[in-house]
Design a protein around this ligand. Structure first.
Ligand code: PGA
Length: 240
């Protein structure tokens, strides 16, 4: 079985001095299956270590007059290998559409920056039994015109599980991840796309979650800000 990826999403957290403290404890991680995605201005602190580095967003063009944006070409030139795209917080607060996310995916792949594409349903959609329909739409639209499918990673993050401490049951996660893989297989037969789970992953529930063999890794938000909790998560995933 392939190794599981463990992706830390720091979101917009920590000051420069907190980052220094954080790195005193986590800088020693020696595991290329760990990808840390700090707030982008802190990326240089995380480079040249024995884990991988990702960025939390990248733009649809390689350069030019796009104030505030960072391009995949720029991220890659620094040594960044992953980019989180389509996170529900960006879909929600910045009104990112499926079409826009697809453009970001294609531009990232142009520079061999591996996109970690987030998909997931809201609580309302779940209650209305629309989860499958939403996920199918998000997957198909995100992957439109993608040629390098082997570089793509999908992260299933039910929006109602993000930062809430509520997680779906293992049975639900297994069914949903299998469904997502069926959709991807319909588009790209025999692909090896990793499908991660994200949403309130903690050091407390990781043992249980890690029993689901369909899950190819985790996207960890809140718990990745606490060094010991994150190290414990890595240890569980590595040892099981
Ligand atoms: P969480 O966030 O682990 O704090 O729920 C996950 C995410 O949004 O990627």
């Amino acid at each position: 079985m392939e190794n599981k990826l463990i992706v830390a999403n720091h979101k917009m957290n920590m000051t420069a001095s907190e980052i220094n403290e954080f790195l005193k404890e986590l800088g020693k991680i020696n595991n290329k299956n760990v990808v840390i995605c700090p707030t982008s201005i802190y990326i240089p602190y995380f480079l040249k270590k024995k884990f991988q580095v990702g960025i939390q967003n990248t733009f649809i063009h390689e350069k030019g007059a796009y104030t505030g944006e960072v391009s995949p070409m720029q991220a890659k030139s620094l040594g960044v290998n992953y980019t989180i795209l389509g996170h529900s917080e960006r879909r929600m607060y910045l009104e990112e559409s499926d079409t826009f996310i697809n453009k970001k995916v294609l531009e990232a792949l142009n520079y061999d920056l591996k996109p970690i594409i987030c998909i997931g349903e809201t609580l309302e959609e779940r209650n209305m039994l629309k989860t499958d329909k939403i996920l199918k739409r998000q997957v198909i639209n995100a992957l439109r015109d993608v040629a390098k499918i082997e570089e793509v990673i999908i992260a299933y993050e039910p929006i109602w599980a993000i930062g809430t401490g509520v997680v779906p049951t293992n049975k639900e996660i297994k069914a949903t991840i299998s469904y997502i893989k069926t959709i991807i297989n319909g588009l790209y037969p025999n692909n090896k796309v990793k499908v991660l789970y994200g949403g309130s992953v903690t050091e407390k529930n990781i043992k249980e979650l890690n029993k689901i063999k369909e899950v190819d890794g985790y996207l960890v938000g809140g718990a990745s800000l606490k060094p010991q909790a994150f190290l414990n998560i890595i240890e569980v995933v590595d040892s099981q």
